[in-house]
Write a protein that binds this ligand. Structure first.
Ligand code: 5GP
Ligand code: MN
Ligand code: MN
Length: 324
């Protein structure tokens, strides 16, 4: 932590970024770091080559996210890169040249599969979220400076990440420290009700039409594995984008007797994104790893290229059955 704090203090130019398929912890942690660096009058750029989900747009109202191309066109030569919530180097959602040309790559993350790919790594797999790590870092800075650096915007961003990565404080990654952090953020002005309303309580009508179709595909294998499939046709028919379908994932896990939920999403004609969730005993990150994916014990993901949906499901179900 101290080394990272030193780098932050000494550097003038920073990029903050995160992983492909942005989620609440991705955006919350990146944004909190962005706001903190801004508060120090650093030149900071939020760079990400992916669309953000509509239920997280409220956080990004005052922010400009640059594409890699836009950043490269600025011709900034000396910069540090802070990658947040990225389990591996390949998932950092910016152009490889930007990573290669950075002075230092600082990695802040909580994925067990993280191999410490950064020049400086603050990686704590047992923590609830990357937002909890950023919170710990800012708390340390508070102590060093004897002042409060977490303002309302930072608190709201951090709260969003911890709420989404813990399934509203329900998953096994919710520790006493997680509640302590939530309490502190509330005291610091985090807009907790707004976060819940925006993230979970604002789904468009079309989303429910899609959800209905998705639930119709539900298949249960050996009473223990549930599979829900979302095709491009279903997304197009209901006018819902791929990035706005994360809310469907819990439905395949939250079924009587089911241990592993598998959400299969056709991202494009040759790319199938699969989300894995488990309840009690299956380490789904092990299943994901077999397909070059990764993640956590209870939540992991992978992508299968150039296979039919049927084959992709067969392969992942066969691997999952080994742990049932
Ligand atoms: P989701 O299924 O919601 O996309 O992701 C669940 C968890 O697994 C998240 O922590 C996410 O970052 C991670 N994850 C998802 N897909 C991949 C992947 O292809 N590779 C790795 N390393 N992690 C992934
Ligand atoms: Mn994430
Ligand atoms: Mn996370």
């Amino acid at each position: 932590m101290d080394k990272i704090i030193n780098y932050i203090n000494e550097g003038n130019y920073f990029i903050v970024t995160s992983h492909v398929n942005p989620d609440g912890d991705n955006i919350g942690s990146t944004l909190a770091m962005y706001y903190y660096l801004k508060s120090l009058d650093k030149d900071v750029y939020y760079v990400l080559d992916d669309d953000t989900p509509i239920n997280l747009k409220f956080l990004l109202k005052d922010i400009e996210i640059l594409s890699s191309e836009e950043f490269i066109n600025l011709n900034i030569e000396q910069y540090n890169l802070i990658a947040l919530d990225c389990g591996d180097l390949n998932r950092i959602c910016i152009d490889k040249s930007i990573i290669e040309n950075s002075k230092k790559l600082i990695c802040i993350d909580h994925h067990a599969s993280n191999d410490n790919y950064g020049d400086l790594n603050y990686v704590m797999p047992e923590e609830s979220s990357t937002c909890e790590l950023v919170y710990n870092l800012l708390k340390k800075i508070n102590e060093d400076k004897n002042t409060q650096v977490i303002d309302q915007k930072i608190a709201t961003a951090l709260y969003t990440g911890v709420v989404t990565d813990t399934g509203k404080f329900s998953y096994s990654n919710t520790h006493p420290s997680t509640f302590e952090m939530a309490k502190e953020l509330l005291i610091l002005g985090a807009e907790t009700n707004k976060v819940i309303c925006e993230v979970y309580g604002n789904n468009p009508y079309n989303y429910y039409k899609l959800l209905g179709e998705a639930l119709n595909t539900l298949d249960i294998i050996n009473n223990k594995i549930a599979v829900i499939t979302l095709t491009q046709d279903m997304l197009n028919r209901n006018n819902v984008s791929f990035k706005d379908t994360d809310g469907i994932t819990p439905y395949c896990r939250d079924i009587e007797n089911v241990e592993v939920g598998i959400l299969v999403k056709e991202k494009s004609s040759n790319e199938i994104k699969i989300s894995l969730r488990s309840k009690n005993y299956v380490d789904v990150s092990k299943v994901a790893k077999v397909f070059n994916g990764g993640g956590h014990v209870r939540a992991a993901g992978l992508t299968i290229f150039n296979e039919t949906i049927e084959n992709a499901i067969k392969m992942v179900v066969a691997e999952t059955l080994k742990y049932i």
